[in-house]
Design a protein around this ligand. Structure first.
Ligand code: MTE
Length: 301
């Protein structure tokens, strides 16, 4: 496994914004000057990492358990009870069983990660997350030899998640990763953003973030994590197998059957909302391309 991934941007860099931008310019000019300094990857390669506002990040969401409109999660997710919260870790692990959210928070090392989120609907945001590496949680549970995949499940509670009363998707929402993807140091479990506990609409109290994959892989409000020897089913693949693959790596060269993935709209800025080119692996190519060496990425979309 690669070493712990260092993100040298912090919340102090985000606010106030001027300082953040100065720092970006400084890093760029250092690199451009060819001083040969080893600047650790501040960010996705060549990507715009100016964070979206807290307002954008918490008011324009996909969380179909609360409805399919972008403003539905902000409107309805407040009714979800997120404490107490328990995550069941089971399957091919040495120490299966329920873990309380309090336990997780006290045992994991919480750090900041500023990541781009690129939705399959061709919009994107930059989000300053707080969280921990999924690898640390899996190591706590003790991954057994035969494990090859990790399956995730969202809470099923139609009383508090009104979308689950309608057959919009097969509930509960499920997702999966290959074990090496799950153990990759870029893969985190988020517990907060902008220094605040994770808002319900963003997947409180615990959600996955896999920055090189389309946003739908980043499953919210997780209650079960299962280590398995088989590729797990995933909600969007069940809903549209030709449109949403298991891998779902961001790839500007492989279009969705109904729209191009070559460009994306950067959420925020109202009228000045920009269209930008989508980057291979959402800008994290240097870090993750090796995971897929030898694979046909058009076939494994
Ligand atoms: N997780 C659950 N349980 N339900 C969902 O509908 N939507 C996914 C993903 N995780 C979704 C989910 C999609 S399509 C995206 S783009 C991201 O969450 C959006 O995350 P955000 O609202 O925090 O930006």
């Amino acid at each position: 496994m690669a070493g712990r991934w260092k993100n040298d941007l912090t919340l102090d860099d985000v606010t106030p914004r001027g300082i953040y931008l100065n720092r970006r310019q400084m890093l760029t000019s250092l690199t451009a000057a060819g001083l040969g300094l080893s600047v650790s990857p501040a960010a996705a390669q060549g990507a715009d990492l100016e964070p979206n506002t807290f307002e954008d990040i918490t008011s324009y969401n996909n969380f179909y358990e609360f409805g399919t409109g972008k403003s539905d999660p902000a409107e309805y997710a407040g009714q979800l009870t997120t404490s107490p919260w328990t995550v069941e870790i089971d399957g091919l692990v040495d120490r299966p069983g329920p873990v309380s959210m309090d336990d997780i928070l006290s045992r994991m090392e919480i750090e900041e990660r500023i990541y781009r989120l690129r939705c399959v609907e061709a919009w994107s945001m930059v989000i300053p997350w707080q969280g921990f590496e999924l690898a640390d949680l899996l190591e706590m549970a003790g991954v057994q030899d035969g494990a090859q995949f990790v399956a995730f499940q969202t809470l099923l509670r139609p009383e508090e998640m009104p979308g689950q009363k309608r057959p919009i998707l097969d509930w509960p929402y499920i997702e999966g990763l290959r074990l090496d993807e799950a153990m990759h140091p870029l893969t985190i479990m988020a517990t907060g953003l902008y220094g605040k506990p994770l808002p319900n609409q963003n997947g409180a109290p615990l959600r996955l973030v896999v920055p090189w994959k389309y946003g739908f892989k980043s499953i919210k409000s997780i209650v079960r994590i299962t280590l398995t020897d088989r590729q797990p089913e995933t909600t969007w693949n069940l809903a549209g197998p030709d449109e949403y693959g298991f891998y779902a790596n961001v790839n500007p060269n492989v279009d969705h059957p109904r729209w191009s993935q070559a460009t994306e709209r950067r959420v925020g800025g109202g009228l000045f909302s920009r269209r930008i080119d989508t980057m291979m692996f959402n800008g994290y190519e240097d870090e993750v391309a090796s995971l897929y060496r030898g694979m046909d990425l058009a076939e494994n979309y």
